[in-house]
Design a binder for this molecule. Structure first.
Ligand SMILES: [Zn+2]
Length: 338
Protein backbone atom coordinates (compact mmCIF):
# COMPACT_ATOMS: atom_id res chain seq x y z
CA UNK A 1 0.00 0.00 0.00
CA UNK A 2 1.18 3.51 -0.84
CA UNK A 3 0.25 6.04 1.87
CA UNK A 4 0.81 9.72 1.13
CA UNK A 5 1.02 11.38 4.55
CA UNK A 6 1.05 14.96 3.23
CA UNK A 7 -1.85 16.10 1.07
CA UNK A 8 -4.09 19.16 1.06
CA UNK A 9 -7.77 19.46 0.31
CA UNK A 10 -9.14 20.28 -3.14
CA UNK A 11 -12.30 22.31 -2.74
CA UNK A 12 -14.59 24.28 -5.06
CA UNK A 13 -14.24 28.09 -5.11
CA UNK A 14 -17.21 28.46 -2.74
CA UNK A 15 -14.98 27.47 0.19
CA UNK A 16 -12.57 30.32 -0.55
CA UNK A 17 -15.43 32.76 -1.21
CA UNK A 18 -16.51 32.01 2.36
CA UNK A 19 -13.02 32.99 3.51
CA UNK A 20 -13.28 36.28 1.59
CA UNK A 21 -16.64 37.03 3.19
CA UNK A 22 -15.24 36.40 6.68
CA UNK A 23 -12.35 38.74 5.95
CA UNK A 24 -14.57 41.42 4.44
CA UNK A 25 -17.05 41.40 7.33
CA UNK A 26 -14.48 40.55 10.05
CA UNK A 27 -17.18 38.29 11.44
CA UNK A 28 -19.72 41.07 11.94
CA UNK A 29 -22.46 39.00 10.30
CA UNK A 30 -21.69 35.85 12.27
CA UNK A 31 -20.28 32.49 11.28
CA UNK A 32 -22.40 31.70 8.23
CA UNK A 33 -21.47 28.73 6.07
CA UNK A 34 -19.68 28.00 2.78
CA UNK A 35 -22.92 26.33 1.59
CA UNK A 36 -21.27 23.68 -0.61
CA UNK A 37 -23.65 21.02 -1.91
CA UNK A 38 -22.63 17.39 -2.37
CA UNK A 39 -22.37 17.66 -6.16
CA UNK A 40 -19.96 20.62 -5.92
CA UNK A 41 -17.95 18.79 -3.26
CA UNK A 42 -17.54 15.79 -5.59
CA UNK A 43 -16.68 18.05 -8.56
CA UNK A 44 -14.00 19.78 -6.50
CA UNK A 45 -12.11 16.57 -5.81
CA UNK A 46 -12.54 14.65 -9.06
CA UNK A 47 -9.26 15.76 -10.65
CA UNK A 48 -7.44 15.21 -7.34
CA UNK A 49 -8.67 11.60 -7.22
CA UNK A 50 -7.56 11.00 -10.83
CA UNK A 51 -4.10 12.38 -10.06
CA UNK A 52 -3.65 10.08 -7.07
CA UNK A 53 -4.81 7.06 -9.07
CA UNK A 54 -2.41 7.89 -11.91
CA UNK A 55 0.62 7.98 -9.60
CA UNK A 56 -0.36 4.84 -7.68
CA UNK A 57 -1.24 6.43 -4.33
CA UNK A 58 -3.73 4.30 -2.39
CA UNK A 59 -4.41 6.58 0.59
CA UNK A 60 -3.70 10.24 1.21
CA UNK A 61 -3.97 12.17 4.48
CA UNK A 62 -5.76 15.45 3.74
CA UNK A 63 -5.34 18.73 5.60
CA UNK A 64 -6.38 22.32 4.82
CA UNK A 65 -4.32 24.26 2.24
CA UNK A 66 -1.90 25.83 4.76
CA UNK A 67 -1.16 29.10 2.95
CA UNK A 68 -4.91 29.82 3.07
CA UNK A 69 -5.32 29.39 6.83
CA UNK A 70 -4.95 33.12 7.72
CA UNK A 71 -3.91 32.49 11.33
CA UNK A 72 -2.77 36.08 11.84
CA UNK A 73 -6.08 37.72 10.90
CA UNK A 74 -8.34 39.43 13.41
CA UNK A 75 -10.66 38.88 15.18
CA UNK A 76 -9.82 35.40 16.42
CA UNK A 77 -13.41 34.26 15.79
CA UNK A 78 -12.99 34.40 12.00
CA UNK A 79 -9.83 32.31 12.21
CA UNK A 80 -11.67 29.72 14.27
CA UNK A 81 -14.72 29.63 11.96
CA UNK A 82 -12.52 29.34 8.87
CA UNK A 83 -10.46 26.49 10.33
CA UNK A 84 -13.63 24.68 11.41
CA UNK A 85 -15.12 25.09 7.90
CA UNK A 86 -11.98 23.56 6.38
CA UNK A 87 -11.98 20.66 8.81
CA UNK A 88 -15.69 19.99 8.30
CA UNK A 89 -15.26 20.05 4.53
CA UNK A 90 -12.32 17.61 4.75
CA UNK A 91 -14.45 15.36 6.96
CA UNK A 92 -17.13 15.28 4.24
CA UNK A 93 -14.58 14.26 1.61
CA UNK A 94 -13.19 11.58 3.91
CA UNK A 95 -16.68 10.19 4.45
CA UNK A 96 -17.38 10.35 0.69
CA UNK A 97 -14.11 8.59 -0.25
CA UNK A 98 -13.21 6.48 2.79
CA UNK A 99 -10.97 4.18 0.78
CA UNK A 100 -8.73 7.12 -0.29
CA UNK A 101 -8.76 9.92 2.29
CA UNK A 102 -8.09 10.36 6.01
CA UNK A 103 -8.34 13.74 7.75
CA UNK A 104 -5.58 15.80 9.31
CA UNK A 105 -7.07 18.89 10.94
CA UNK A 106 -5.97 22.49 10.94
CA UNK A 107 -5.98 24.22 14.33
CA UNK A 108 -7.38 27.68 15.16
CA UNK A 109 -4.00 29.11 16.08
CA UNK A 110 -3.74 32.86 16.64
CA UNK A 111 -0.74 35.04 17.52
CA UNK A 112 -1.83 36.24 20.96
CA UNK A 113 -4.40 33.60 21.77
CA UNK A 114 -4.47 30.67 24.13
CA UNK A 115 -3.63 27.19 22.86
CA UNK A 116 -6.88 25.90 24.40
CA UNK A 117 -9.09 26.40 21.29
CA UNK A 118 -6.57 24.26 19.38
CA UNK A 119 -6.83 21.51 21.98
CA UNK A 120 -10.63 21.60 21.67
CA UNK A 121 -10.62 21.58 17.85
CA UNK A 122 -8.20 18.65 17.78
CA UNK A 123 -10.45 16.70 20.13
CA UNK A 124 -13.56 17.55 18.06
CA UNK A 125 -11.93 16.42 14.82
CA UNK A 126 -10.60 13.17 16.24
CA UNK A 127 -13.71 12.23 18.22
CA UNK A 128 -16.41 13.46 15.78
CA UNK A 129 -14.66 13.11 12.40
CA UNK A 130 -12.20 10.26 13.05
CA UNK A 131 -9.24 12.41 11.95
CA UNK A 132 -5.80 10.84 12.30
CA UNK A 133 -3.55 13.86 13.00
CA UNK A 134 -3.20 17.64 13.01
CA UNK A 135 -1.15 20.45 11.52
CA UNK A 136 0.95 22.68 13.77
CA UNK A 137 1.92 26.10 12.49
CA UNK A 138 4.97 27.20 14.52
CA UNK A 139 4.34 30.84 13.53
CA UNK A 140 0.71 31.97 13.63
CA UNK A 141 1.98 35.57 13.49
CA UNK A 142 2.75 34.72 9.82
CA UNK A 143 6.10 36.47 9.78
CA UNK A 144 5.00 39.56 11.69
CA UNK A 145 5.81 38.83 15.33
CA UNK A 146 7.26 36.56 17.96
CA UNK A 147 5.85 33.21 19.02
CA UNK A 148 7.12 30.81 21.69
CA UNK A 149 9.23 28.14 20.01
CA UNK A 150 7.94 24.55 19.87
CA UNK A 151 10.01 23.51 22.91
CA UNK A 152 8.22 26.12 25.06
CA UNK A 153 5.64 24.94 27.60
CA UNK A 154 3.11 27.16 25.82
CA UNK A 155 2.56 24.17 23.51
CA UNK A 156 2.33 21.53 26.23
CA UNK A 157 -1.50 21.39 26.53
CA UNK A 158 -1.63 20.55 22.81
CA UNK A 159 1.11 17.92 23.18
CA UNK A 160 -0.77 16.40 26.14
CA UNK A 161 -3.93 16.11 24.03
CA UNK A 162 -2.00 14.63 21.08
CA UNK A 163 -0.56 11.96 23.36
CA UNK A 164 -3.96 11.26 24.94
CA UNK A 165 -5.62 10.89 21.52
CA UNK A 166 -2.58 9.09 20.06
CA UNK A 167 -2.30 11.39 17.04
CA UNK A 168 0.79 13.01 15.51
CA UNK A 169 1.26 16.55 14.22
CA UNK A 170 2.68 17.68 10.92
CA UNK A 171 4.71 20.89 11.31
CA UNK A 172 3.61 23.12 8.44
CA UNK A 173 3.49 26.91 8.55
CA UNK A 174 0.82 28.96 6.79
CA UNK A 175 0.97 32.34 5.06
CA UNK A 176 3.74 34.90 5.43
CA UNK A 177 3.11 38.64 5.49
CA UNK A 178 6.76 39.58 5.59
CA UNK A 179 7.70 41.25 2.31
CA UNK A 180 11.14 39.62 2.27
CA UNK A 181 9.85 36.06 2.43
CA UNK A 182 7.27 34.22 0.31
CA UNK A 183 4.96 31.82 2.13
CA UNK A 184 6.80 28.92 0.49
CA UNK A 185 10.18 30.21 1.72
CA UNK A 186 8.61 30.73 5.16
CA UNK A 187 7.63 27.04 5.24
CA UNK A 188 11.28 26.07 4.98
CA UNK A 189 12.41 28.68 7.55
CA UNK A 190 9.82 27.58 10.10
CA UNK A 191 10.58 23.88 9.58
CA UNK A 192 14.26 24.57 10.21
CA UNK A 193 13.43 26.61 13.34
CA UNK A 194 11.12 23.84 14.57
CA UNK A 195 13.73 21.11 14.15
CA UNK A 196 16.49 23.14 15.79
CA UNK A 197 14.39 24.11 18.80
CA UNK A 198 12.97 20.63 19.35
CA UNK A 199 16.46 19.11 19.00
CA UNK A 200 18.45 21.58 21.10
CA UNK A 201 19.90 20.24 24.35
CA UNK A 202 17.67 22.50 26.45
CA UNK A 203 14.48 21.06 24.91
CA UNK A 204 12.58 18.80 27.32
CA UNK A 205 9.75 18.00 24.91
CA UNK A 206 10.67 14.39 24.18
CA UNK A 207 11.64 13.61 27.77
CA UNK A 208 8.36 15.15 29.00
CA UNK A 209 6.36 13.44 26.20
CA UNK A 210 8.24 10.27 25.19
CA UNK A 211 5.40 9.05 22.95
CA UNK A 212 4.81 12.40 21.19
CA UNK A 213 5.17 12.13 17.41
CA UNK A 214 6.00 15.19 15.31
CA UNK A 215 6.60 15.06 11.55
CA UNK A 216 8.43 17.96 9.97
CA UNK A 217 7.24 18.83 6.46
CA UNK A 218 9.32 19.17 3.33
CA UNK A 219 12.19 17.00 4.52
CA UNK A 220 12.95 18.99 7.68
CA UNK A 221 13.53 22.36 6.03
CA UNK A 222 17.21 23.20 5.61
CA UNK A 223 18.51 21.13 8.54
CA UNK A 224 19.60 17.90 6.76
CA UNK A 225 21.45 19.99 4.16
CA UNK A 226 23.12 22.12 6.88
CA UNK A 227 23.73 19.27 9.30
CA UNK A 228 27.50 19.88 9.51
CA UNK A 229 26.95 23.26 11.16
CA UNK A 230 24.64 21.77 13.80
CA UNK A 231 26.92 18.78 14.40
CA UNK A 232 29.80 21.20 15.03
CA UNK A 233 27.71 23.11 17.56
CA UNK A 234 26.82 19.91 19.41
CA UNK A 235 30.46 18.72 19.45
CA UNK A 236 31.38 21.96 21.26
CA UNK A 237 28.55 21.40 23.77
CA UNK A 238 29.76 17.82 24.33
CA UNK A 239 33.21 19.09 25.29
CA UNK A 240 31.73 20.42 28.54
CA UNK A 241 29.09 17.69 28.86
CA UNK A 242 30.18 14.39 27.24
CA UNK A 243 26.91 12.68 28.16
CA UNK A 244 24.91 14.71 25.62
CA UNK A 245 23.50 12.75 22.71
CA UNK A 246 24.81 13.54 19.23
CA UNK A 247 22.94 15.98 17.01
CA UNK A 248 22.13 13.08 14.66
CA UNK A 249 20.55 11.21 17.56
CA UNK A 250 18.50 14.31 18.42
CA UNK A 251 17.24 14.51 14.83
CA UNK A 252 15.85 11.01 15.20
CA UNK A 253 13.32 12.12 17.83
CA UNK A 254 11.39 13.60 14.90
CA UNK A 255 9.89 12.28 11.68
CA UNK A 256 10.20 13.83 8.21
CA UNK A 257 8.12 13.63 5.06
CA UNK A 258 9.41 13.23 1.53
CA UNK A 259 7.86 16.37 0.05
CA UNK A 260 11.12 17.18 -1.73
CA UNK A 261 10.86 17.23 -5.48
CA UNK A 262 14.26 15.88 -6.48
CA UNK A 263 16.16 12.65 -5.95
CA UNK A 264 19.37 14.26 -4.63
CA UNK A 265 17.56 15.83 -1.68
CA UNK A 266 15.61 12.65 -0.91
CA UNK A 267 18.82 10.62 -0.98
CA UNK A 268 20.40 13.07 1.50
CA UNK A 269 17.38 13.01 3.82
CA UNK A 270 17.28 9.20 3.97
CA UNK A 271 21.02 9.03 4.69
CA UNK A 272 20.97 11.71 7.40
CA UNK A 273 17.87 10.80 9.43
CA UNK A 274 17.36 7.13 8.46
CA UNK A 275 14.59 5.52 6.44
CA UNK A 276 12.77 4.58 9.65
CA UNK A 277 12.06 8.29 10.29
CA UNK A 278 10.71 9.18 6.82
CA UNK A 279 7.11 9.12 5.62
CA UNK A 280 6.13 9.19 1.97
CA UNK A 281 4.46 12.52 1.16
CA UNK A 282 3.92 14.41 -2.09
CA UNK A 283 1.47 17.29 -1.47
CA UNK A 284 -0.06 16.20 -4.82
CA UNK A 285 -1.70 18.30 -6.21
CA UNK A 286 0.25 21.26 -4.92
CA UNK A 287 3.55 23.09 -5.12
CA UNK A 288 5.33 20.29 -6.98
CA UNK A 289 2.65 19.85 -9.65
CA UNK A 290 4.97 20.96 -12.42
CA UNK A 291 6.45 19.01 -15.31
CA UNK A 292 10.20 18.70 -15.77
CA UNK A 293 10.65 19.87 -19.37
CA UNK A 294 13.64 17.56 -19.83
CA UNK A 295 11.88 14.35 -18.82
CA UNK A 296 8.17 15.15 -18.96
CA UNK A 297 7.84 13.78 -15.42
CA UNK A 298 5.69 15.49 -12.80
CA UNK A 299 7.91 16.62 -9.95
CA UNK A 300 5.41 15.46 -7.32
CA UNK A 301 5.27 11.94 -8.77
CA UNK A 302 7.76 10.81 -6.14
CA UNK A 303 7.12 7.06 -5.99
CA UNK A 304 9.35 6.26 -9.02
CA UNK A 305 11.93 8.78 -7.77
CA UNK A 306 12.25 6.95 -4.44
CA UNK A 307 12.15 3.56 -6.17
CA UNK A 308 15.08 4.79 -8.30
CA UNK A 309 17.42 5.33 -5.33
CA UNK A 310 19.59 2.24 -5.73
CA UNK A 311 20.85 1.75 -2.18
CA UNK A 312 17.38 1.55 -0.62
CA UNK A 313 16.36 -2.00 0.27
CA UNK A 314 12.85 -3.42 -0.12
CA UNK A 315 12.49 -3.05 3.66
CA UNK A 316 13.49 0.63 3.43
CA UNK A 317 10.90 1.26 0.73
CA UNK A 318 8.24 -0.60 2.68
CA UNK A 319 8.89 1.62 5.70
CA UNK A 320 8.85 4.83 3.66
CA UNK A 321 5.75 4.03 1.61
CA UNK A 322 3.63 2.41 4.32
CA UNK A 323 5.12 1.09 7.54
CA UNK A 324 6.22 4.38 9.09
CA UNK A 325 2.87 6.04 8.35
CA UNK A 326 1.03 3.16 10.03
CA UNK A 327 3.28 3.46 13.10
CA UNK A 328 3.05 7.25 13.34
CA UNK A 329 -0.69 7.47 12.55
CA UNK A 330 -2.12 4.55 14.56
CA UNK A 331 -5.68 5.86 14.07
CA UNK A 332 -5.31 4.92 10.42
CA UNK A 333 -6.53 1.36 10.73
CA UNK A 334 -7.13 0.06 7.21
CA UNK A 335 -5.69 -3.42 6.72
CA UNK A 336 -2.84 -3.97 4.29
CA UNK A 337 -4.01 -5.72 1.10
CA UNK A 338 -3.34 -9.46 1.13
ZN1 LIG B 1 1.90 21.07 2.39
Amino acid sequence: MIIDAHGHVSAPPELYQYRSLLLASRGYHGKGSPGIGDERMHQGVRRHLDLLKNVGTDVQFLSPRPFQLMHSEQPESIVRWWVEANNDFIARQCRAYPEVFRGVCGLPQTPGGSIQPCVEELERCVRDHDFVGCLINPDPTEGTGLMPTLDDEFWYPLYEKMVELDVPALVHSTACKHFRESYSAHFISEESIAVLNLCKVESRVFSDFPSLRIIVSHGGGSVPYQVGRWRAHRFREQESNPSLESFDESLRHLYYDTVLYNQESLDLLFRIVGTDRCLFGTENPGSGSSKDPATGAWLDDLKPVIEGIPWLSEADRGRIFEGNARAVFPRFRVSAPV
